[in-house]
Design a protein around this ligand. Structure first.
Ligand code: KDG
Length: 305
């Protein structure tokens, strides 16, 4: 298996740049974004999902091939479409409109999960979105989390709360059950406020460390990210960027963080790297197109403060 195995749903993207009538085609889906971000940093990565036997599914297969993401565990479901979403940009930032109900990925079942692929990884990464798309997808994710834990594979989980996909009560119950099985838990101050009622980043970190993860990351938008373990915590400031679209920035953080964490086992150094990668990913439209490569991130760490 690849070192990093991501699990979830890719979404074909139609993104309307500010002041434009046209929608630019692109690729999104949080866990696919994470996989591609990790591959661009040089990691060995694979993806577990299902796509339809349609043009959008094919364009993802082409993309993963080009980016070096292993898709041997991707199922093609001839009876269901690949999910799509639209991104528009308003005064509050980006807005997502989903066309994903009944998608191929939402029809994946726990029985289809290749346990060997999970057990052979160094870390698996999944999210609240991967569990929100259907109850069988949620069950598949729980099975992957338990399989990974039993095999000594690290578990990374991003809360990625999307309240258009499920009600807060269910999101909270499922995400917190999953967080209790994670080694690395990333949330944002916005997600965590909805999920826990806490506004203070240290209290949010305390809450999630209390559920079991050894590393908790709370992203703080323009204020950077708080990285917390039981022994140590640190706020990593954001780098200077000219943001146009934050879509996929958090996923870029995840992919870059996991790549660096596997190399160095230093959560603070990995978060500093990931924070720079995420900043750069906001400087262009779309989730995947503006994701930086390793040399872009290394240059930004030297030149942008
Ligand atoms: O983090 C960006 C993702 O949210 C975006 O690519 C679409 O996966 C997506 C979702 O479900 O919102």
């Amino acid at each position: 298996s690849p070192d990093i195995v991501c699990i979830g749903e890719p979404l074909f993207e139609l993104n309307q740049a500010k002041g434009s009538e046209a929608f630019l085609p692109g690729h999104g889906g949080d866990t696919s974004n994470c996989a591609i971000a990790a591959a661009r940093q040089g990691a060995s990565v694979g993806y577990v999902t299902a796509v339809g036997a349609d043009n959008f599914g094919q364009s993802f297969l082409d993309l993963w091939k080009k980016e070096g993401v292993d898709f041997s565990a991707v199922k093609i479901d001839p009876a269901a479409p690949t999910g799509i979403y639209f991104v528009t940009h308003g005064p509050e930032g980006h807005v997502f409109s989903y066309r994903r109900a009944g998608s191929a990925a939402s029809r994946m079942t726990p029985e289809e999960l290749s346990l060997g692929y999970i057990r052979g990884a160094k870390v698996i990464h999944t999210s609240g979105i991967s569990q929100a798309i259907s109850s069988q997808a949620a069950d598949l994710v729980f099975k992957a989390l338990k399989t990974a834990r039993e095999a000594g594979v690290l578990v990374s989980y991003d809360t990625n709360l999307r309240l258009r996909l499920w009600p807060i009560e269910r999101a909270r119950a499922v995400i917190h059950a999953a967080a209790a099985l994670a080694d690395i838990l990333k949330t944002s101050s916005d997600d965590a406020f909805e999920l826990t009622g806490e506004k203070d980043a240290d209290k949010i970190a305390d809450f999630y460390l209390g559920l079991g993860p050894k590393i908790v990351i709370v992203t703080l938008g323009a204020d950077g990210a708080l990285v917390a373990t039981k022994e140590k915590r640190m706020v990593i400031p954001a780098i200077a960027v000219k943001p146009v679209d934050a879509t996929g920035a958090g996923d870029t953080f995840d992919g870059a963080f996991l790549t660096e964490y596997l190399r160095s086992k230093d959560a603070f150094a990995a978060a500093r790297y990931a924070n720079a990668a995420a900043g750069l990913a906001t400087e262009g439209y779309g989730a995947v197109a503006p994701m930086p490569t390793r040399s872009d991130v290394e240059a930004a760490l030297l030149n942008r403060k």
